[in-house]
Write a new protein. Structure first.
Length: 476
């Protein structure tokens, strides 16, 4: 299967309220032979306040934010077209599952496009950083890494590329980062050909579930506190091994004595789940977890000090005990429900509700016609959507792209809504004019101390740009 390696640069680190301003990608075959590439940049959507630091990191000038040819709406259309042309493929980037994928999904959702393009069948998705961490956990010689002050290897793309002999001087531009990701992954495949396909087996939720339902012992690779670790685990009984609410796989860490756990009541299991080290490990089936053969976990600490027959006996106890697995799932369900009840009751904005309520198939089927229609007809077609969120998104797109089409009252109400958000003096979930000015002041101090004239000049330009937005919306 082809690999679609892509990367974004954004106006903000907030996936719900920021925007993609640049995206690049390379399509390669399974031997990393290039088949296609693209890079797109767009203007910042009307009425959005960017984060200064995000723009500094991805080296975006005010001219690029305001004067490039593509509008934000047009760029999303181009991305959709290219990704559909590249399908079927395994879509992946660097740390994309936690950020780039989330941002693209939310951008497509707000842009009245199908959000799950990169992982809906026949497509699959994975994450380059997961693969690199797993390869390193199996053999630290596979990649040269910098070591940080906590004595942990550094897996930042720029650092890893530089340490492995790839020029990383232009890191943080979209196509360049996609190219670096491709080079690192190609190196891993070359050095670890035997495990490469094993890493990719989990690019799809159903494939992942098939693996842990079939195997009695697996090695799970996880990364936290700066370390990539191997866990030897026994998945729960095949009929009762998936979290009833979050739909993630569940397995028992084979370092623990299973017998006392099996005798526990549901309440006792709930108490036990709060203790560390955790006896239960979660397999995030839809987030490309790394599952490798049991032999790797058996060779690593602390499992290599446990008698093999004891490990197998524990795994068999877990696998064969249906009631125990059922009890675990009941305990997990109760914990999740308690968590849900204690959640903050504050309002959820439409932009952050992608997972709260999925768009109906009936509405999704209308998307292509909506995009094909003229701007005047787009406004009329909004009446056909049942989902009020889509109607709101559609009106905002028309406001940004073809404001003349909107009746005066709708135009004014959208402008007032934007003004209310960006001129707010409260701590909001998005960047406001006042947050941006505060951020600019803080960064000015930092770059004055460092005598970084280029960044100080950029901050002055950004300040002026944000003031112009403020002025425009103050009389809304």
């Amino acid at each position: 299967m082809n690999l679609a390696i892509w990367d974004i640069e954004s106006s903000s680190a907030i996936t719900d309220f920021g925007s993609i301003i640049e995206i690049g990608g390379i399509l390669v075959d399974e031997n990393f032979k290039e088949k296609d590439r693209f890079n797109l940049r767009c203007r910042l959507p009307e009425g959005e306040i960017p984060q200064a630091m995000a723009l500094i990191v991805n080296k975006t000038s005010i001219d690029q934010l305001t004067k490039v040819n593509l509008s934000h709406y047009q760029m999303l259309g181009e991305i959709e077209k290219i990704f559909k042309k590249w399908s079927p493929a395994i879509f992946l980037g660097w740390s994309n599952i936690g950020f780039d994928d989330e941002m693209l999904r939310k951008e497509f959702f707000k842009g009245i496009r199908y959000p799950y393009l990169t992982n809906a069948s026949p497509n699959k998705r994975h994450d380059g950083i997961n693969i690199a961490r797993a390869a390193y956990a199996l053999d630290p010689k596979v990649l040269n890494t910098e070591i940080n002050e906590k004595n942990n290897p550094v897996f930042k793309l720029e650092s890893l590329s530089r340490m492995n002999g790839f020029d990383s001087s232009d890191a943080h531009s979209a196509l360049f980062d996609a190219t670096l990701t491709m080079k690192i992954l190609s190196l891993i495949k070359k050095k670890q050909p035997d495990t490469w396909n094993t890493f990719l087996r989990t690019s799809n939720k159903l494939d992942t579930e098939t693996i842990f339902k079939k195997e009695s012992i697996i090695t799970l690779n996880e990364y936290f506190y700066g370390k990539s670790r191997l866990y030897l685990c026994a998945p729960l009984h095949p009929k009762h091994c998936i979290h009833p609410i979050y739909q993630w796989g569940q397995a028992i860490d084979l370092r623990v004595d299973v017998e006392p756990l099996i005798k526990m009541s549901i309440n006792e299991l709930k108490m036990e789940m709060k203790k560390t080290p955790k006896f239960l490990r979660t397999i995030r089936s839809n987030k490309a977890p790394i599952i490798i053969d049991a032999e790797y976990g058996m060779k690593s600490e602390p499992y290599n000090a446990i008698d093999l027959s004891l490990i197998k006996r524990r795994a068999k106890l877990v696998r064969d005990n249906e009631k125990f697995s059922q009890n675990i799932l009941i305990a997990l369900k109760e914990i999740a429900e308690e968590k849900e009840q204690s959640k903050s009751q504050e309002d959820i904005y439409a932009e952050e509700s992608i997972y709260t309520k999925f768009t109906s198939n009936k509405d999704t089927a209308l998307f292509p016609d909506w995009h094909k229609a003229s701007w005047k007809d787009k406004l009329k077609l909004l009446d056909k959507f049942e989902d009020k969120r889509l109607v709101g998104f559609g009106k905002k797109i028309i406001y940004q792209e073809a404001p003349d089409v909107l009746p005066k009252d709708i135009f004014k109400s959208i402008k007032r809504e934007i003004a209310k958000r960006i001129l707010s003096q409260n701590k909001e979930k998005w960047w406001t004019v006042s947050t941006c000015f505060m951020e600019i002041d803080t960064l000015r101090d930092k770059y004055s101390n460092e005598n970084d004239q280029d960044k100080l000049k950029f901050l002055d330009e950004l300040n002026e740009f944000v003031m112009s937005i403020q002025k425009k919306y103050e009389n809304a």
